[in-house]
Ligand binder design. Structure first.
Ligand code: CTP
Length: 400
């Protein structure tokens, strides 16, 4: 179950060309299990229609403040039942009305009435966005706890290249998930997650690497974000699309990953090592491309530091044990040798588990508890179950 599943999201749509992205957003949120009710401003209907939204959400799309709704007052009922109000796109005019408390349509009346978290995604021409009035309105809203999705630099409808372009749908969904997660079990906590494989250079064009896609690490980072944590993702080589709504630190070698993990765990509450760290690196890396010699080539490898073992157990430590045989026995050993709180064991020789797959079958090992075998599940669900255990361990630590 994702954080969006069963959530009641009110989507406020204003009159901007970026409104077409709101239709795709409504569809994505609905597909993730959210119940999306749309409120359009009058000007929004110049770009999109209520029918666009009812078609993808199978739920009402409202326009008029005075829409009869027998037995209840529409804007108050919508405001009360919402888990989140997302104004996407938010025009300069609507941001101004929100900041000033003006309530002359269904969207602004609902905004004033709701106690739910509010997110706005400004979209407008560059000059309008940087104008002191818009910036002052945004500062007021920020101060009142409204989550602002920063617009991007890019090509605007006017042809101008400036800041004012609304981010794409995946980024908007990530922001919505982040806001919904704020009251989650890891709110106020920092979680460091490593993902992807390391690459150990042989020369400027060749390296020793592994088949990690980064999918499991990314799913864990997203699950930690959805639990309200501030996430620092230490990312090696990956093939999966990177997650959003977190701080990302890119690394290449195991030595770089070690340095990044050491630096970022100083203030963290948990470390999840999902990264596929090379155990060995070439003793020397040539400064020029190695040439063919016609002779066999011998490469001496030296051992890399075990990152998980190296980090002191002052924070919750979670490791993975990617095994092809004696899965549980090998994973048990890692629990002790790496002084970890949890080891997640998986048999990477199975086609439905491990490298590159969208599903995983894992067994969770922790000290003093019998191994807990989970069924084959999508990596996002495995990640959510692991994070529930991490959150409980983090809570135990801060209580003791
Ligand atoms: N790990 C690490 N530093 C390393 C190697 C592994 O932090 N140099 C972490 C991995 O991220 C993972 C856990 O240790 O969370 C186990 O990794 P795995 O490759 O299964 O085990 P190894 O310790 O490398 O042992 P072996 O390869 O001999 O099974």
């Amino acid at each position: 179950m994702s954080i969006l599943s069963g959530k009641k999201i009110l989507l406020g749509v204003c009159g901007s060309i970026a409104a077409f992205k709101a239709v795709a957003l409504a569809s994505q949120l609905t597909q993730a299990g959210a119940a999306v009710t749309t409120i359009l401003t009058q000007d929004a209907t110049r770009f999109v229609t209520p029918l666009s939204f009812t078609s993808v959400t199978q739920r009402p799309a409202y326009l008029d403040l005075f829409t009869p709704d027998p037995g209840r007052i529409l804007h108050i009922a919508l405001a009360e039942e919402a888990d989140l109000l997302a104004v996407v796109p938010a025009t300069a005019h609507t941001l101004g009305r929100m900041a000033q408390g003006l309530s002359d349509d269904l969207l602004t009346c609902t905004y004033l009435s709701t106690l739910a978290p509010v997110l706005v995604a400004p979209a407008m021409d560059g000059g309008m966005f940087t104008n002191a009035a818009t910036q002052a309105n945004l500062a007021t809203l920020r101060e009142r706890g409204v989550h602002i999705v920063e617009p991007l630099e890019g090509r605007l409808a006017s042809g101008l290249v400036a800041k004012g372009r609304m981010p794409e749908v995946d980024a908007l969904t990530a922001e919505i998930r982040t806001v919904l997660g704020r009251s989650g079990p890891l709110a106020g906590k920092t979680v460091v997650v490593s993902a992807g494989g390391t690459q150990e250079p042989l020369d400027p064009v060749r390296y020793i690497g592994n088949r990690s896609s980064g999918k499991m690490g990314f799913a864990l980072a997203e699950a930690a974000r959805d639990c309200g944590a501030q996430v620092i993702l230490i990312q090696g080589a990956t093939t999966a699309p990177p997650p959003l709504g977190m701080t990302t630190v890119s690394v290449t070698t195991a030595a770089e990953m070690l340095r990044a993990v050491e630096e970022h765990t100083v203030q963290a509450d948990a470390l999840i090592m999902a990264g596929a760290v090379a155990d060995y690196r070439p003793e020397t890396s040539r400064s020029q491309k190695a040439k063919r010699t016609g002779e066999p080539l011998t490469i001496t490898l030296v051992e890399n530091t075990d990152i998980l073992r190296q980090i002191p157990p002052t924070l919750v430590k979670v490791g993975f044990a990617a095994e092809t045989e004696n899965v549980l026995k090998n994973a048990e050993k890692k629990l002790t040798s790496k002084n970890a709180d949890l080891i997640v064991a998986n048999d990477v020789s199975r086609p439905d588990s491990g490298f590159g797959a969208d599903t995983n079958q894992v067994t969770i090992l922790s000290k003093g508890h019998p191994p807990e075998r989970l069924p084959v599940l999508p990596k996002a669900e495995v990640a959510a179950m692991i994070l529930a255990r991490v959150a409980a361990l983090v809570r135990q630590r801060s209580d003791s």
